[in-house]
Design a protein around this ligand. Structure first.
Ligand code: NAG
Ligand code: NAG
Ligand code: CA
Ligand code: CA
Length: 210
């Protein structure tokens, strides 16, 4: 709440300084259902399990995760541009069980190019239901969970062990080649000073803000 007030204030100040530049595209959010009980709300860095349906401007559905019951629901990390920016902006502060309709302008979706079935310059409508919210790898809790020897650094093996456990938890068979490749990617991005470990600072303060 405080944050959103601050960011409104900031954009107001920016606007008055720059003499009214074009406001940034916004996602239109409509809460369709909010559960009575809400233990925690989604924040940047969380991983969300969602069902979603996507519609084009003429009402044609171009995608749904509902064809095979709950099997096709998807996990993604909020706030790190893993998904289109409209989702990062439109799925904050959600409760598990909440359902929203998002109307996403092209600038926050597939833009001038479009993609596959989505024509260029499409405003897209999504119906999104959050089934589950978990601490993403960015949270302090997950750092501690990953840091097996409590030295405040993540070694290659600690990250790999974490991936193996996460895969297992989601019902995927462990795959050493895949995990090695993922760890390599993670270290390439996260180990900024290339000392072979990911420090808590390197881990926590990175994609914190968009
Ligand atoms: C809706 O728009 C899409 C993309 O332009 C097009 O392929 C589809 O045929 C349209 N459907 C209807 C019912 O007009
Ligand atoms: C393990 O992952 C590699 C790399 O992604 C893939 O090529 C291979 O097929 C996977 N092996 C199994 C048994 O799933
Ligand atoms: Ca460690
Ligand atoms: Ca490091």
């Amino acid at each position: 709440m405080l944050l959103s007030v601050l960011s409104c204030l900031c954009s107001y100040l920016l606007l008055s300084v720059s003499g009214g530049k074009v406001p940034e595209a916004e996602v239109q959010i409509e809460v369709m259902h909010r559960p009575f009980l809400c233990h925690r709300k989604s924040k940047y860095g969380d991983i969300l399990l969602v069902h979603h349906e996507g519609y084009l401007e003429n009402g044609t559905m171009f995608h749904t995760t509902r064809t095979h019951g709950d099997k096709d629901a998807v996990w993604f990390t909020l706030g790190i541009k893993e998904v289109m920016r409209g989702w990062d902006k439109g799925l904050k502060d959600m409760c598990s069980g909440e359902k929203r309709k998002l109307i996403v302008p092209p600038a926050l979706a597939y833009g001038k190019e479009g993609k596959g079935k989505i024509p260029p310059e499409s405003t897209l409508t999504f119906i999104i239901e959050v089934l589950e919210i978990r601490n993403g790898p960015r949270s302090h809790e997950s750092f501690q969970e990953m840091d097996l020897n409590d030295d405040w650094k993540l070694s290659w093996n600690e990250v790999k062990e974490y991936l193996r456990k996460e895969f297992e938890r989601h019902g995927y068979p462990p795959n050493d080649t895949l995990h090695e490749n993922m760890v390599k990617d993670i270290f390439a991005k996260e180990d900024e000073n290339k000392d072979g470990v990911i420090s808590s600072r390197e881990f926590t303060y990175k994609h914190d803000e968009l």
